[in-house]
Design a protein around this ligand. Structure first.
Ligand SMILES: C[S@@+](CC[C@H](N)C(=O)[O-])C[C@H]1O[C@@H](n2cnc3c(N)ncnc32)[C@H](O)[C@@H]1O
Length: 397
């Protein structure tokens, strides 16, 4: 089966150094053991889980550089501080009615978003009592600490890291930018009336897909979606079985406030369109986006687009109101990205031109503006959210 129609990475760009090659070999050996233990079949969900999170080995548990120009991919906060400033504006609005607000950021990457949000909140006179980071990667936690100490040393005492979802209730805002796309997904193939779960095996020294009949939950979902979206034979896609449980666990302690999810994805009716017949997997290796999850497991990022209808259903089930859904472009516009540009440029035309160029990357449909969406969940709060004042796509969910 072809893996994907996104570009493959040219051979010359694949060469690994000695340490990386040794790491890749350890991950491969671990995956082989998992495949053997499963009698030659490792579900794609478990493959992705291992490749991203196996202790000491997975992409988000090992020591790869990951983000930034020397890493594998770039995110909106790395493109421009305008992104964090807009998120800060939205946080400030929510926190205005809360006495001791806390911001919880999930998956903070290099720490850039934390620095930008805290900096802008400080200038707005709206600092939270605490800024808590839930981060699964030990090396990224170190990187976040160093960046915060370097950029905002006076705010560093407000920042804490936690290993798991907060146990104590709090009021405030939860932010997660590009974290949901890293949750392991199941892959499936639809043929006639039958759904197969795709798994991974080794064939002649290479990784290969293999299949087995889907379990009753996956079969029932596919029966429903195949009929609704008119899939052809051989249709391949993904779904995220752990989305509801994971989002519920990381948001459970938020007694009053807003959860802001930002990520690439689509409402279900677009996610499962017949023409998207090879699914939505997206891998990143050395600034190349491609569709091959078997390229150096453990050394590359593997992601899938977010089904925002499933995310809204998860929010409902977790007792939140779905308070907004918009493209990233319209979310940032609603938060006043133009005002933020004026604020940072401070009348300097050269700086304004640079910021305008960064804003284009965040806003243009062909860049991050439309592929990325923002969704807000609210609990116990009646505040209108500026980020969702210009566009309401909830009808599409
Ligand atoms: C694609 S990066 C995005 C980083 C940052 N939010 C940004 O926008 O630049 C994903 C981040 O989520 C973290 N992460 C991935 N899975 C996680 C999980 N299950 N719990 C907490 N953090 C996670 C990664 O270590 C990384 O910091």
């Amino acid at each position: 089966m072809p893996h994907h129609d996104t570009p493959t990475v040219p051979e010359r760009e694949l060469a690994l150094g000695l340490a990386a090659a040794a790491h890749a070999a350890r991950v491969e050996a671990g995956l082989r053991r998992q495949i053997d233990a499963g009698g030659g079949f490792l579900s794609f969900e478990r493959f992705m889980d291992y490749a991203l999170y196996a202790p000491g080995l997975g992409y988000y548990s090992g020591g790869a550089q990951k983000l930034g120009k020397d890493g594998d991919f770039t995110t909106a906060p790395e493109v421009s501080r305008l992104f964090g400033a807009c998120v800060a504006v939205q946080c400030a609005e929510v926190m205005a009615s809360i006495a001791q607000p806390v911001v919880l950021e999930i998956g903070a990457g290099t720490g850039r978003l934390a620095v930008d949000v805290l900096t802008r909140l400080e200038s707005l006179g709206a600092l939270p009592a605490r800024y808590v980071i839930l981060e699964s990667s030990a090396d990224l936690r170190d990187r976040q600490r160093r960046l915060l100490e370097f950029c905002v040393p006076h705010l560093r005492p407000r920042v804490d890291w936690v290993d798991g979802p907060p146990a104590d209730d709090f009021e405030g805002v939860i932010i997660a930018n590009e974290v949901l796309d890293a949750l392991p997904v199941a892959r499936f193939r639809w043929s006639a009336t039958m759904c197969e779960e795709l798994g991974v095996t080794r064939a002649g020294g290479d990784w290969a897909y293999t299949a087995r009949p889907a379990g009753p939950t996956l079969q029932a979902l596919c029966d429903q979606w195949a009929a609704a979206y008119a899939w052809d034979d051989g249709y391949v896609s993904e779904y995220c079985p752990r989305l509801a449980a994971w989002t519920s666990s990381v948001t459970r302690a938020l007694r009053r406030g807003t959860v802001l999810w930002l990520d690439y994805g689509l409402p279900r009716a677009h996610y499962y369109l017949p023409e998207r017949h090879e699914g939505t997997l997206l891998c990143h290796f050395r600034q190349r986006a491609h569709g091959d999850p078997f390229l150096y497991p453990g050394l590359q990022d593997i992601t899938a687009w977010v089904d925002f209808t499933a995310l809204a259903e998860s929010g409902d089930a977790a007792g939140f109101e779905i308070a907004g859904f918009a493209t990233q472009a319209l979310f940032l516009a609603g938060c006043g990205i133009d005002r933020e540009m004026q604020h940072f440029a401070g009348g300097d035309p050269a700086l304004f031109a640079r910021l305008a160029n960064e804003a284009r990357q965040l806003l243009m449909p062909g860049e991050m503006g439309e592929r990325f969406k923002a969704m807000a969940w609210c609990r116990g709060l009646s505040t209108e959210l500026s980020g969702f004042s210009l566009q309401d796509l909830r009808h599409s969910l």
